[in-house]
Design a protein around this ligand. Sequence first.
Ligand SMILES: Nc1ncnc2c1ncn2[C@@H]1O[C@H](COP(=O)(O)OP(=O)(O)OP(=O)(O)O)[C@@H](O)[C@H]1O
Ligand SMILES: [Mg+2]
Length: 137
Amino acid sequence: MMNRRKITLNQQPPVITHSPAETHQWGRQFAKSLVPGTVVALYGELGAGKTHLTQGICAAFNVTEPVTSPTFTLINEYQGDLPIYHFDCYRIHSTWELIDMGAEEYFEGEGICLVEWAERVADILPPDTQHIRLEYI
Ligand SMILES: Nc1ncnc2c1ncn2[C@@H]1O[C@H](COP(=O)(O)OP(=O)(O)OP(=O)(O)O)[C@@H](O)[C@H]1O
Ligand SMILES: [Mg+2]
């Protein structure tokens, strides 16, 4: 029971996962639908599984380096088949912090942007952002 998560992509019917590996696999499958330049907004409480899902997406793009929450750096960049920019906005106090780091250029570029705690930067997410909500159930 403790391992169950509900994953909702945009307004689609939710999917239940029963382990971190299943969430990883969901991310890997979802990544097949991603085109260059996509921003993926990840929502969910601490430990909901945002980073595991991110790891699945990165695996699909053949990222070989370790993918962890960018706790102190705010943005991690991984080189896979495409550049992947991994943001963790947990400690963001104002959208300006992210803008100062060039987030809008990343969002408009040809890489894939994966944004944990995306609700904290809602006002600068592009209109065609993919929204993924993870919930404990
Ligand atoms: N079905 C599941 N999917 C994903 N993670 C799960 C699941 N069941 C249990 N877990 C556990 O929940 C935790 C998820 O951690 P993860 O770092 O992915 O969360 P997060 O949403 O990125 O958290 P944070 O906000 O701290 O960055 C891990 O400890 C993982 O083992
Ligand atoms: Mg995380």
